[in-house]
Write a protein that binds this ligand. Structure first.
Ligand code: IMP
Ligand code: MG
Length: 184
């Protein structure tokens, strides 16, 4: 992505994120009542979402992490996903919920879901904070979805641009100052 000095425009406030996350946690707690859930968080972008989500869950959980790489360069998915850090928790016969920051083309989630399914979990579902519907290239649906957003490139709340901005407590869309709207 070629960008001068990026300008950050607030898209989702900390308050709205908190209520979205609480809502998702309530639904998950209800649906998995009486079960123990294994949350598999996709690094790095999902870490803040996971941390907030699990504080609201009222069911027993275990957490684990995967690190996936899909963007070789630029911001358009190559469609080729590779795993650079695998889970360490056995998931055979378990209820698994994938935790993802944002669904874009869908390649990342499709890859991970298929890969985790090879270990024969009892169930496998997806929880995504955000989704860019217009960008979907493969059929994969989040079972729990926080919010659908426009086709903009976003940062903050764990989500990065060139590894920066993950610490921001709110979500911003990025525009290059003085240029046209950046397309994610
Ligand atoms: P997909 O495989 O194309 O669905 O890509 C999903 C991944 O791309 C997410 O896990 C994010 O890490 C990254 N991504 C997608 N959209 C954005 C964005 O707007 N800002 C930052 N990262 C993004
Ligand atoms: Mg990610």
């Amino acid at each position: 992505m070629t960008m001068g000095k990026p300008r950050l425009n607030r898209l989702i406030t900390a308050g709205e994120i908190a209520s979205i996350v609480k809502n998702l946690a309530d639904r998950i707690s209800r649906d998995y009542d009486g079960k123990e859930l294994i949350l598999v968080c996709i690094l790095k972008g999902g870490f803040m979402f996971l941390a907030d989500l699990i504080r609201h869950l009222r069911i027993p959980v275990k957490i684990d992490f995967v690190r996936l790489a899909s963007y070789g360069s630029g911001t358009k998915s190559s469609g080729q996903v590779e795993i650079t850090k695998d889970i360490e928790t056995p998931i055979e016969g378990r209820d698994v919920l994938i935790i993802e920051d944002i669904v874009d083309s869908g390649y990342t989630l499709q890859f991970l879901k298929e890969r985790l399914a090879l270990s024969n979990p009892r169930s496998i579902k997806i929880c995504a904070l955000l989704e860019k519907k217009a960008r979907r290239e493969v059929r994969v649906e989040a079972d729990y979805l926080g919010k659908v957003i426009e086709d903009v490139f976003i940062v903050g709340y764990g989500i990065d641009f060139n590894e920066g901005y993950r610490n921001l407590p709110e979500i911003y869309y990025v525009t290059p100052s003085g240029q046209e709207k950046e397309k994610g």
